[in-house]
Design a protein around this ligand. Structure first.
Ligand SMILES: Cc1cc2nc3c(=O)[nH]c(=O)nc-3n(C[C@H](O)[C@H](O)[C@H](O)COP(=O)(O)O)c2cc1C
Length: 346
C-alpha cells in the first residue's frame, strides 16, 4: 500500500489538528511544523506538545529549519529525548524572510552546504533521518547534486514538493522532477504538491513511481483524504463526504482548537483560516467563503455553517476544489512566513 503523510504546516499541524485528522483517518506519518534552529533557540514548547502528547497512534517526525551544523546537532540531541519518529530537515520554505537567512529553501542555492548539513545530521540521528525539499531555488540546476547528497548520507525518506522556491505555491507542480527523484535516490520518496484527492494521489503515484504521497492544504479542506486514499489504493470506492459531515468536522475542529486563553473573536479568525480551504469545496460560487469571512463570533460562524451545510445536508462535498473558488486572492508572496494560512492558497 502506498504511504501517506500529512505535510508539515506551520500554525496548522499542531496537536489538536493531528488529533482531528486522525479522527477521520490518520495518514501513516505526521511531521511537525518546523522548529527554528539558531544560536539561542530551544525547541518550541507548543511544537513539542504535538510529539509528547501525540495520541494518534501514528509516528511524528520533528522538522528542523536551520543552517548551522553545531546548532542543528545540538537541537537533535534535545529532540531525541522526546518520542520522535525521526528528524526531518526543511529544504523548502520559500518565505523571503526565511530564505534570506540561507535556511529552508534558501539552502538550495548552496549544495555543498546541504551536503555538510546532511552529513552532520546523519551522524547524530541514530534512527530515521528524512529530508523535505523543493526542486530548486530559482531553477533546478542543483537538483541532481542534492539527490546525490541524499544518497551519500543515507537519508531514510525524501519528500519532494515539485516546485522551486520562487514558484511558491500556485504554479503547476513539476511531477517529472518528483519522478526523477524517485528514480535517482535509494530511499522512498513522497510526492508533494497539489494532491487534491485520492484519485489525484493515485495518478501521481502512477506517473512518478514514488512510494507515497504527502498532502497539506487539501487535508485541511478534506480531512477524509487519507482514508479515501487508502480505500482507493485497496480497490474500494472512496467514502463520499456530505455537507453535514463537513459541519461536524468544523464543529470538531472548533472544539479541538479552542483554549480558555484565546478570546472568541481571535478563535473565530483562526477558524476562518482553515475554512478558507474547506470553502473551496462547499459551493461553486464561493458563497460560503464570502459569508464565513464576514463573521466575528462563534454564533455567527455556526449560523453561516448551518445555512450553507445543513440546508441540504445530503449534498456531496466536492471531492476536488471548485475551480475559481480561491482561498485567498493575494497569496503569491507571503510577507512573513510561508506559514500564515491566509497567504497561501491552492
Ligand atoms: C499554511 C502552511 C504552512 C506550511 N508550513 C510548512 C512547514 O512548517 N514546513 C514545511 O516543510 N513546509 C511547510 N509548508 C509547505 C507544505 O508542507 C507543502 O509542501 C505545500 O503546501 C505543498 O503541498 P500541498 O499542495 O499538499 O499543500 C506549509 C504550507 C502551508 C500551506
Amino acid at each position: 500500500m502506498p504511504l501517506t503523510a500529512l505535510a508539515p504546516m506551520q500554525d496548522v499541524t499542531d496537536l489538536a489538528f493531528m488529533q482531528v485528522i486522525s479522527h477521520y483517518g490518520a495518514p501513516d506519518y505526521f511531521f511537525t511544523e518546523f522548529f527554528r534552529v539558531h544560536a539561542h533557540s530551544r525547541p518550541e514548547k507548543h511544537i513539542l506538545r504535538s510529539i509528547d502528547e501525540n495520541a494518534t497512534g501514528r509516528p511524528v517526525f520533528a522538522q528542523l529549519i536551520g543552517e548551522d551544523t553545531t546548532q542543528l546537532t545540538r537541537t537533535v540531541a534535545e529532540l531525541l529525548k522526546h518520542p520522535i519518529a525521526g528528524i526531518d530537515l526543511n529544504l523548502g520554505c520559500p518565505a523571503p524572510k526565511v530564505y534570506k537567512k540561507n535556511v529552508g529553501g534558501g539552502l538550495l542555492r548552496d549544495p555543498q552546504r546541504i551536503d555538510d548539513i546532511l552529513g552532520a545530521l546523519r551522524a547524530v540521528c541514530p534512527g530515521l533521518f528524512t529530508v523535505k525539499m523543493r526542486i530548486g531555488f530559482e531553477d533546478t540546476q542543483n537538483f541532481e547534486s542534492v539527490l546525490e547528497s541524499v544518497n551519500r548520507h543515507k537519508v531514510d525518506l525524501l519528500s519532494v514538493h515539485g516546485r522551486t522556491v520562487k514558484e511558491m505555491y500556485r504554479s503547476e507542480v513539476h511531477y517529472d522532477y518528483i519522478a526523477r527523484a524517485a528514480a535517482g535516490v535509494q530511499c522512498p520518496v513522497l510526492a508533494n504538491g497539489n494532491i487534491t484527492s485520492a484519485h489525484k494521489a493515485q495518478s501521481v503515484l502512477g506517473s512518478t513511481k514514488t512510494a507515497g504521497v504527502m498532502i497539506g492544504r487539501h487535508a485541511i479542506r478534506n480531512p477524509w483524504i487519507f482514508r479515501q486514499c487508502r480505500e482507493l489504493f485497496s480497490g474500494t470506492p472512496p467514502t463520499t463526504v456530505r455537507l453535514q459531515d463537513v459541519y461536524e468536522y468544523i464543529t470538531r475542529l472548533y472544539q479541538a482548537t479552542q483554549t480558555p486563553e484565546i478570546p472568541e473573536r481571535i478563535h473565530v479568525n483562526k477558524m476562518k483560516k482553515y475554512l478558507n480551504f474547506v470553502g473551496q469545496s462547499v459551493d461553486a460560487d464561493g458563497a460560503f467563503l464570502h459569508a464565513m469571512r464576514r463573521t466575528s463570533s462563534e454564533q455567527e460562524l455556526f449560523e453561516v455553517c448551518s445555512q450553507h451545510l445543513l440546508n441540504e445536508p445530503q449534498c456531496p462535498f466536492s471531492v476536488e476544489p471548485y475551480a475559481g473558488v480561491i482561498a485567498r486572492p493575494n497569496c503569491e508572496t507571503p510577507p512573513i512566513a510561508e506559514c500564515s494560512l491566509e497567504n497561501i492558497t491552492a
